[in-house]
Design a protein around this ligand. Structure first.
Ligand SMILES: C[S@@+](CC[C@H](N)C(=O)[O-])C[C@H]1O[C@@H](n2cnc3c(N)ncnc32)[C@H](O)[C@@H]1O
Length: 457
């Protein structure tokens, strides 16, 4: 691998006697990880049905290494949202941000959703997750991934963080900033990143990072916590970004990250760093642990920082169509009528924690329940993914070995002619007890309603 000389020089200075070990790590095999979606399945239950040979990632309770040949992205359980594929050290930021039930959480640079999917799972259907990416095309991928994961209490934005900070000052209990960075920790995973580093290196990203950390801090409630992470080794993008934040926002301070064997402390350069306790930051290096590389800083806002009032949105007073109410009578998922809003015939369940919207580029506010079509209600793919099998009363549940499972995911009509166990109408199609999508059953056949854009290729 041809690494730029100025990059190698900077790493030599950073790592000193460890430099040769770091270079040697490029000879080792790339690491592949998957993270179990605890919103849908416990780690214990997944291990009972896992078709792959898995090995625990020691510092992530629901993270596992897999073998590349197993191709877990080509398995019906992946389509059921039972796991997310993610580089092991990238699992650490969402893992160490202490999200609690009922929290209002913001993921600022979220696409394609590696951290948001875990933050949403940790919320366990409570509170609110607002997730954002400035790039519209990347935010589309983010929306898909959080919907596959079945996260109901959601708002997806595609907006400049500065604009969001103006609107949501002092609003969040937890903020995660997985900053755009020069990606030095990804060189082993993806050679192309070396070319883009030569074009836009640490100097370029540092400016963006300095702006967005300040926005993140401003959006926190007093006592709120913020996790800043990058997948790069550059001090300018890592410790120096935190130094900038602590200088500009004295109400913020670093707090410890639970330690794990192989985690290295943040690098202290001067007395100011010592006073700021920069050693509380964590670095993950590929020559110290089985992960590609990451930087993390966990910060807290002082509890006596000024509070900010946010008007809650008003409860819905819409008269809901009979057809929608009839459909919802089959669902035991907790849908409150005052949370249901209908816009342009689309039906949403909006979190009561979400303030009045407006003025922001919103990709999705709430869980899309479905659509009114000529006085009929059609449930959405997102609703299918947010339900557990036991929360709907018309089910077609097949084992993963049944060839109709993959046919369903490919969008084909399914034949059940010799089986008469099923009821007419909207059925939730499941694999081994986990929902995949909807189908309309009639006369021994299931008309496929799996979302066309999500099909198995
Ligand atoms: C490291 S990636 C995020 C990866 C993501 N957190 C995950 O785990 O899947 C950084 C993201 O920041 C976005 N980004 C770049 N500049 C931004 C800005 N000024 N504000 C918000 N997001 C930005 C990029 O589009 C990119 O998707």
């Amino acid at each position: 691998m041809n690494l730029p000389q100025n990059y190698l020089d900077a790493m030599k200075e950073l790592l000193k006697e460890d430099y040769e070990d770091y270079l040697a790590s490029f000879e080792e095999k790339r690491l592949y990880g998957l993270r179990i979606n605890t919103l849908k399945i416990s780690v214990e239950d997944f291990l009972k049905i896992s078709p792959f040979e898995l090995e625990p990632i020691p510092w992530i309770e629901n993270g596992f290494y897999f073998h590349e040949e197993d191709k877990p992205a080509k398995h019906p359980y992946y389509f059921a949202g039972l796991y997310y594929i993610q580089e092991p050290s990238a699992m650490t930021p969402a893992n160490v941000l202490p999200v609690e039930d009922g929290d209002v959480v913001f993921d600022m640079c979220a696409a394609p959703g590696g951290k948001s999917t875990e933050l949403g799972a940790k919320l366990d259907r409570t509170g609110l997750l607002i997730t954002n990416d400035i790039s519209n095309s990347r935010a589309k991928a983010l929306l898909k991934n959080v919907e596959v994961f079945g996260i109901p209490n959601l708002c997806v934005l595609s907006e400049d963080p500065k604009k969001i900070a103006d609107r949501f000052t002092g609003f969040f209990d937890k903020v995660l900033i997985d900053a755009p960075c020069s990606g030095e920790g990804m060189f082993r995973k993806d050679n192309k990143l070396i070319k883009s580093w030569e074009k836009n290196g640490p100097e370029f990203y540092s400016k963006i990072q300095r702006d967005i950390v300040l926005s993140g801090a401003d959006m926190l409630k007093p006592g709120g916590k913020m996790l800043y992470s990058t997948c790069t080794f550059s001090k300018l993008e890592d410790e120096e970004t935190i130094r900038h934040l602590l200088r500009e926002r004295p109400e913020m301070h670093l707090i410890p990250i639970p330690s794990y064997e192989g985690f290295c402390p943040g690098i202290i350069e001067n007395e100011e760093d010592t006073a700021m306790q920069i050693e509380k930051c964590v670095r993950i290096f590929p020559h110290k642990m089985q992960g590609e590389g990451h930087f993390l800083a966990l910060l807290e806002k002082d509890t006596d920082a000024p509070e900010n009032y946010h008007a809650k949105r008003k409860p819905s007073t819409e008269k809901l169509p009979e057809e929608l109410l009839e459909f919802l009578s089959h669902v035991t998922f907790p849908v409150q009528k005052q949370d249901i809003f209908i816009r342009d015939s689309k039906v949403y369940q909006v979190s009561p924690e979400m303030p009045q919207e407006g003025g922001l580029r919103i990709m999705r506010n709430g869980l899309l329940l479905g659509e009114m079509k000529k006085n009929r209600f059609e449930p959405s793919q997102a609703l299918a993914m947010a339900l557990q099998m036991s929360e709907y009363d018309k089910i077609i549940n097949l084992p993963v070995s049944d060839e109709r499972v993959v046919k369903y995911l490919k969008g084909e009509t399914l034949d059940f002619e010799n089986e008469n166990d099923y009821q007419d109408g909207w059925n939730l199609f499941c694999v081994d007890g986990y929902p995949l999508g909807w189908g309309k059953y009639s006369k021994g056949a299931l008309k496929n309603k799996y979302l066309a854009g999500w099909r198995w290729q």
